[in-house]
Design a protein around this ligand. Structure first.
Ligand SMILES: [Mn+2]
Length: 346
């Protein structure tokens, strides 16, 4: 353990824990999975979790979900999900107050810390955990992962798409590391004992608060994780983190080119980019893997999400116009521009 690493003690940010237990198995064979998001992505977590359950009913799951706020409606539906699939779900509410004392929170979303919080906090509860982004949807069995032997490695990950890899390595000034293979942090299977032993939570935070690094990074947590975990990783097949952006639909009139990316043997689809499959304007065939889980989930009567943030509003109007919904698109475009005007002048 590095002696000069600061201890940020982020586990103290957890303010409450709600355990929803319908599991019928003893905890020794649980497969632990974690998500951590702010309010805007909660719906995504719900469907991501459902998709994992639908395709892996032979695995006994325990889910750990870190949230900044939680409604009664959301908890009720989580109860339903746990009951339907006889699993245990633990919901942790996290105070953003502790994170606001950390120097970088004006630039980066608090949710970034929730992934680290999962790895840090769960170390005393479970030997291994699978972390998934809210925009990851499962469409096949995860048996290979379930049986993975870590050897002396800390985590199993998937390399990022090549354009992101080369850009990120250059930006971080890591060209000299010829064996560096930049990974995408949306799917990470972590050996928590080794995570704790290597003090990785504090190493990542130290790096982010280092002004020589903090200012350079584009995807803060992902970049920092890549730096501190280099050489300690197992690389999984890209089937475990198949990156697909719904932005592609803007240039594909056939809406079928996604089949060149998302294939029959794809296990996890990672819907990167601003437009997510849970958005109202994302009704493309490539989002069907999401809809399948959504329709079978306790959230099936909840409406798909509207645009909340400014970038979401911008993407919405582009997709609407592309889909031939001109009137809707023009209204959305006006709303986006008015919004942008006020953001700029406030
Ligand atoms: Mn993601």
């Amino acid at each position: 353990m590095k002696a000069d690493t600061m201890n940020y003690n982020i586990s103290s940010a957890i303010v409450s824990t709600t355990c929803i237990d319908y599991s019928e198995s003893d905890c020794s064979d649980w497969f632990h999975v974690t998500w951590g998001v702010d309010e805007n992505y909660q719906f995504g977590v719900a469907i991501s979790a459902t998709s994992l359950l639908i395709h892996n009913q032979h695995i006994h799951f325990c889910f750990h979900i870190f949230l900044d706020t939680v409604s009664d409606h959301y908890l009720e539906k989580m109860h339903q999900l746990a009951k339907d699939f006889s699993i245990r779900i633990v919901i942790y509410t996290v105070s953003s107050e502790i994170f606001s004392k950390l120097p970088s929170t004006r630039i980066w979303s608090y949710a970034m810390y929730f992934r680290l919080l999962g790895f840090e906090y769960l170390g005393s509860l479970c030997p291994k955990v699978l972390y998934l982004d809210a925009d990851v949807i499962c469409k096949e069995r995860i048996d290979e992962l379930h049986q993975l032997d870590f050897g002396d490695k800390v985590a199993a990950v998937v390399k990022d798409i090549s354009s992101t890899q080369s850009k990120s390595i250059k930006k971080l000034g890591m060209e000299h590391l010829t064996n560096l293979e930049y990974f995408n942090s949306g799917v990470m299977y972590v050996d928590l004992e080794k995570w704790q032993y290597g003090d990785f939570t504090n190493k990542v935070l130290d790096l982010l608060f280092d002004p020589n690094v903090g200012g350079k990074v584009k995807y803060p947590d992902q970049d920092a994780l890549n730096i501190v975990m280099s050489g300690k990783l197992i690389y999984l097949s890209e089937r475990y983190n198949k990156i697909y952006s719904l932005k592609n639909e803007l240039s594909d009139k056939t809406h079928s080119l996604y089949l060149n990316t998302i294939k029959k043997d794809t296990i996890f689809i990672h819907y990167t980019g601003i437009t997510k499959p849970w958005h109202k304007w994302a009704n493309y065939p490539s989002a069907n893997y999401f809809y399948t889980a959504y329709k079978q989930s306790p959230w099936c009567n909840d409406a798909l999400k509207l645009a909340c943030t400014l970038p979401e509003k911008q993407k919405r109007y582009k997709h609407e116009i592309n889909q031939g919904h001109y009137f809707k698109g023009i209204i959305s475009c006006a709303e986006y521009n008015i919004n942008k005007f006020f953001v700029r002048w406030s």
